[in-house]
Write a protein that binds this ligand. Structure first.
Ligand SMILES: Cc1cc2nc3c(=O)[nH]c(=O)nc-3n(C[C@H](O)[C@H](O)[C@H](O)COP(=O)(O)O)c2cc1C
Length: 329
């Protein structure tokens, strides 16, 4: 998820049981031009693997070159974005636009699959307009072009995130291709995941928004452990995430980036509402930490334990990583 799936988020997801995590979408044009921030997306460490790195663009050759860079950086999969509905991306012929441009879409997948030896996968929406079934025509052609798995988020680009994901399309896609299909959209609980898997025949589910500030959702979905986290645990995980994000993005950018996470972690009835407002208004992350620890005194010990259990690799290069301004897929 653009603006969310930083390395700290992916590592946390792996720690809570995710079988595969994915980067934010990476601009092929940015990689082509050696944009320092874009290159920062290619920072991969061993404890987040297996990792998919997702690329977006519209030119097959540029995409192929980007895919080579992604493979060289250590990604286990190259995923191609045919789902981003945001104008800034679609107006360049990338993202969801490609759902209605099958020749180019297939050209991209063929070029990327030819360029790398790791599997190439595609993430799609159902189509551009509401009710569109473009993904069902395009899917089999993408497989023919070399896609080894398809992930479907069955909303239209126009829908953005409104309405429901229509997983009857996922079932239809499964029946039309002989590669694994991953179901994305509104997977928020184990019961929901099981229902989607059972009714679609999908090989896996992808969890997006439900895991924002809520890695416990992954544990519930994967293991059925529905025990809500104690306040101490919430605070310890949030601080761990904050510290990792600071290492990744630097203090200044992390400060802004983290603000949306406070609500995600502290909401869901875990803390009174005004608490989040209070945190957002604090100027430094140090102050936020202090305030959080005061609200859940037991968190300090837990944090220490978590840090000892999950030490960040000392050989990690700290780059000034980008935060995507794009809205995703
Ligand atoms: C903030 C945000 C950013 C996203 N960024 C991407 C992205 O970069 N690439 C992508 O394929 N999908 C992206 N998505 C779409 C998600 O992968 C997913 O398909 C969608 O949110 C539906 O799943 P969910 O209900 O589990 O969130 C993004 C979604 C959100 C909310």
């Amino acid at each position: 998820m653009a603006g969310v799936s930083v390395q700290a988020f992916r590592r946390q997801g792996r720690r809570f049981g995710a079988g595969l995590v994915c980067s934010e979408m990476v601009s092929c044009a940015g990689l082509q031009h050696g944009n320092e921030r874009t290159l920062g997306y290619l920072r991969i460490s061993s404890d987040e693997r297996p990792l998919a790195v997702q690329i977006f663009g519209s030119e097959p050759e540029v995409m192929a070159e980007a895919a080579r860079m992604v493979e060289d950086a250590g990604a286990d999969l190259v995923d191609v974005n045919f789902g981003c509905p945001v104008k800034k991306v679609t107006k360049t012929g990338a993202g969801a636009t490609l759902l209605e441009d099958p020749e180019r879409a297939c050209g991209i997948v063929a070029a990327v699959a030819e360029a790398v030896s790791v599997p190439v996968t595609v993430k799609m929406r159902r189509g551009l307009q509401n009710g569109s079934r473009s993904c069902l025509e395009l899917g089999p052609r993408l497989v023919e072009a070399g896609a080894e798995s398809l992930t479907l988020h069955p909303r239209s680009a126009r829908q953005m995130y409104t309405g429901d994901a229509d997983h009857s399309l996922t079932a239809e896609l499964v029946s039309r291709v002989d590669v694994p299909v991953v179901a994305s959209g509104d997977v928020t609980s184990r019961a929901r995941a099981q229902a989607i898997l059972a009714t679609t025949g999908a090989a896996a589910v992808m969890v997006g928004r439900a895991a924002q500030g809520n890695p416990w959702a992954l544990r519930e979905i994967i293991e059925g452990d529905a025990e809500p986290p104690a306040r101490e645990e919430v605070v310890a995980e949030l601080i761990l995430f904050m510290r990792a994000t600071v290492r990744e993005l630097g203090d200044k950018r992390a400060t802004g980036f983290l603000k949306k996470f406070y609500g995600w972690y502290l909401g869901r009835g875990r803390f009174p509402r005004p608490f989040k407002q209070e945190l957002v208004q604090l100027e430094t992350l140090e102050e936020v930490e202090t305030r959080l620890l005061a609200a859940a005194p037991g968190a300090a010990d837990l944090l220490e334990r978590l840090q000892a259990e999950a030490p960040e690799g000392e050989d990690d290069v700290v780059l000034d990583l980008p935060i995507s301004i794009y809205g995703g897929g």
